[in-house]
Design a protein around this ligand. Sequence first.
Ligand code: BG6
Length: 438
Amino acid sequence: MSTFVFFGASGDLVAKKLLPAMNRLLKDGSLPSDTKIIGVSRKSWSDDDFREVVLRHAPDIVPASVSFVSGDVHDVVLPERLAKALSGQQSIFYLALSSTLYVGALSCIAETIKRGDMPDGSVRIAIEKPFGRNTDEAAELDDAIDRTVGEANVFRVDHYIQKESVQNILAYRFSNELFGGVWNERATARIEVFLHEAHTINGRGEFYDATGALNDVVQNHLLQMLAAATMDNPGQFSAARIHDARKDIFSRLRVAPHGLLRAQYEGYRETPGVAEGSETETFARIECFIDHPIWKDIPIILEAGKGLPERKSGVRMYLKQSGARICFDEQCDHEDVFEFLLAPEERTTLTVWGKKPGLVNALMPHSLTFSFSDVADAPYVDRSYDRVLYDLWRNDPSRFVSREESLAAWAFVDAARAALNATPLVMYEQSTLPHVIS
Ligand code: BG6
């Protein structure tokens, strides 16, 4: 029997992502029906109060399998209370908390393990992003892990790794000969990785103001999408090989001296929780290169922001124009593109030159599309958090971030932060896309 212990049980992540994911996993039998859920938070809730929350977001979960433990992570009585509440063979602690509480939570879990006399291998700890705010803080958290629960039990979460379309990039690249010939510097013109969101930061002012676009999504989600598109073939799908292949890309990333943009949407500073005169970026654009023989000199553009015209995220590989194309008349400026979209829908489109219909001897772009929603049995839902929880339960670390990967990603982001901070903060109107002024 397994127990999921959600720290931060009264927060948004538990309500909006983790509970609905638990609901689906239990409903479709991916998790055993005797799985238990314990919520932990500072709120002085009863079991029934938490069950009400669960009922709202996970209506199929049996209330008797849910309980609540109240306490602050620094509270000396919390480990005792938790140890008493835990009875299964396997405990999965999930830190859905502010990262400022991680060190306290890790000590609390270590103490709970001791008090509950939990055997080695029976405990997993999932830690949400952002994992610190820079290399130094990430290294401090790593030290805290070593002092408390041990690295072998830790799973650093980035739900973008678990997105269907990110895994699909690996499937396309490593399961089709077709791609081997073009997935390199000879055929690739540039790569774009983007996470555009139309919504603003409403309701998350304090968190976002201390975080910014670079730390919130570039250090993790964008770099993970980029890694899927550029990492070497790991040879086998083992956690160690995949972690190494991704780390290798991160440690070869170099910020380009151009194409940088740090911007903030107008009205951001009026959001509750945001500091007066805040310089936090709600949009970041970074150009970079990968010091790797396969990607040498290929521009990589990373772009993420909120308050933009539309929600769109994914990876686009633009191919160089083929010298051999039979372009008889107009339209010779079209580029072939491989697009792996995560939002607004999980869809892969290959746009290539094709025959223009009719009597003309000419070309036009043809789009070959596969959409995950077209093959779904029911209305399509993003199940990335389902896979996070499922992989935790089955103890598969390959789609989590390793310590070395995380540090390599931070080293790049520290350099990107320094380069971005040397540029002026540009203001943009909400629902518009800010542009680099050259
Ligand atoms: C989170 C960020 O990790 O990812 C949010 O903190 C962002 O700011 C979100 O909106 C995007 O995830 P998804 O799955 O909604 O695309």
